[in-house]
Design a protein around this ligand. Structure first.
Ligand code: HEC
Length: 455
């Protein structure tokens, strides 16, 4: 922050400075003063450094935000330099912030601090890790990087990572202080500046997408169900060679986004959360409220933009349940030991181990219906969420007693379409590839690949 800690006690002691009331005094006189029009009416350092107010009144100095190009690529880190010059000044400071140009109250991306840069988060200018209020972020000089005694000018450099999803134009705002090195807020020249960056590779998909098949992301069976993890296969969903997996940076209100890399899927009139996109495949989750029956599905490129392109409408079948195990290459169930080692033939998954009789194993699948409470598609199960409907699990053809089904529910910490079963392998089970099936709502997991190696 532009102010050394010393000043806070002065301010609390008796209003030496008439700092604007808008500043958050609960955390000290720190506030957003980078000159963003929507932050305290564009407040900048002249709120306190008033001698030469308003900002930019002394044109013998210069203040710049420097970038290689006035564009950004979503998710790709970029270097930012802040340069300030003045013939008389001998101490220096700045504050910088990045915002969505369409709404400057919204932050745009994250900043990386370093030895001479302090990053703060949210309009309360909290110190990292800034839980709950990560954006907008601010970069500021440190006490040391004011470089007291340095003449002519200085530069600071730091990294900025734009949002993983393009958010249209992004504006950088900064305010700088070319100070006189007297440890006061008098006789300091204040400057403000801003630059706007355009998104590169923004939504400009041009071809009409073609749908081939839609199915269960685990078994590729054609039937879908509410909250199922599903895949669409086809052509021209994305620029060839570009792949995009959703990460927490893409999350909207804590859930997977309803568009990713300029691609959306509409099913039964609802937008589905997207987890992955490449030119011939989209992975998505069927919304929880999708009605059973024959339902229309459309892939939409550049959604909501003037250049929006839609695929032809496909018709898909939605049942109440469409259970299937995720598999390792269709050879065995995606499974883990209770200490999270992969259960698989090591020829299929290097490092894979066999399960042992009597052990608890964890099996993963999708399409087993909703949890209780109901999580919407795209939401993350925050803890154990049991399945709403009862399951029957058979191992080697014999139904497991309830006592050996330790958990049947959403996979905690994962998207609500991923289900997890913790079961005990009976002592009496056969060794070798042991078949497992789970039935829910009268529908069983397909037999193909539904085995785990047991020794
Ligand atoms: C709430 C009032 C307040 C605001 C807003 C404020 N400052 Fe200051 N600043 C002070 C005070 C008071 C001092 C003198 C005491 C000190 O150095 O901590 C000071 C001192 C400084 C100094 C050292 C000055 C010198 O001559 O030695 C720098 C550099 C500085 N501020 C930078 C900034 C920058 C950059 C901003 C805007 C981004 C800013 N300040 C905004 C109150 C403020």
């Amino acid at each position: 922050m532009p102010i050394s800690t010393r000043i806070f006690s002065l301010l609390f002691a008796g209003a030496l400075l008439g700092a604007p009331a808008a500043f958050a005094f609960s955390t000290g006189p720190r506030g957003p003063v980078a000159g963003v029009p929507t932050d305290n009416n564009g407040a900048n350092c002249t709120a306190c450094h008033r001698t030469f107010a308003p900002a930019n009144s002394d044109n013998t100095g210069r203040f710049q935000i420097l970038v290689d190009r006035l564009t950004y690529t979503p998710g790709v880190t970029k270097k930012i330099r802040i340069k300030i010059e003045h013939p008389e000044a001998q101490r220096w400071g700045f504050q910088f912030t990045s915002r969505q140009a369409s709404d400057t109250t919204k932050g745009a991306g994250t900043l990386v601090g370093n030895d001479s840069i302090l990053v703060r988060c949210g309009l309360t200018i909290a110190l990292p890790p800034c839980a709950g209020e990560p954006e907008p972020q601010f970069a500021e000089h440190t006490q040391a990087s004011t470089r007291a005694g340095t003449r002519a000018g200085v530069e600071w450099e730091f990294d900025w990572t734009p949002p993983a999803n393009e958010v249209g134009d992004i504006t950088f705002f900064a305010a700088g202080n070319a100070a006189d090195n007297t440890n006061t807020n008098a006789n300091d020249r204040i400057y403000t500046t801003s630059i706007t960056l355009k998104a590169e590779g923004a939504c400009n998909l041009t071809r009409k997408p073609t749908l081939r098949t839609v199915g269960n992301a685990a078994s590729f069976a054609r039937e879908l169900s509410p909250n199922l993890m599903a895949s669409v296969f086809g052509l021209d969903f994305e620029v060839a060679g570009r792949t995009r997996a959703a990460s927490t940076g893409d999350f909207v209100d804590g859930a997977f986004p309803q568009q990713l890399a300029c691609v959306a899927v509409e099913i039964g009139g609802r937008r589905a959360p997207i987890t992955y996109v490449q030119t011939d495949q989209i992975n998505f989750q069927v919304p929880a409220g999708t009605p059973a029956g024959s339902v229309p599905l459309t892939v939409i490129l550049n959604p909501g933009r003037p250049n929006e392109v839609k695929s032809d409408v496909a018709t898909v079948t939605v049942n109440n349940h469409a259970p299937a195990f995720f598999t390792f290459g269709g050879r065995s169930i995606a499974a883990q030991t209770s200490d999270f080692r992969t259960i698989a033939d090591p020829a299929v998954v290097p490092g894979g181990v066999a399960a042992r009789r009597g052990d608890v194993v964890i099996l993963y699948g999708t399409g087993f219906g909703l949890g209780e409470p109901v999580y919407q598609a795209g939401e993350i199960a925050s803890g154990q969420v049991p399945l709403r409907d009862r399951v029957t699990i058979t191992v080697g053809g014999t139904a497991l007693p309830a006592a050996d089904i330790l958990y049947a529910g959403l996979a905690p910490g994962n998207i609500s379409g991923l289900q997890q079963f913790n079961i005990r392998i009976p002592q009496s089970a056969a060794t070798g590839n042991l078949p497992i099936s789970i039935m829910v709502g009268g529908v069983s997991t397909p037999a193909a690949g539904a085995v785990i190696p047991v020794q």
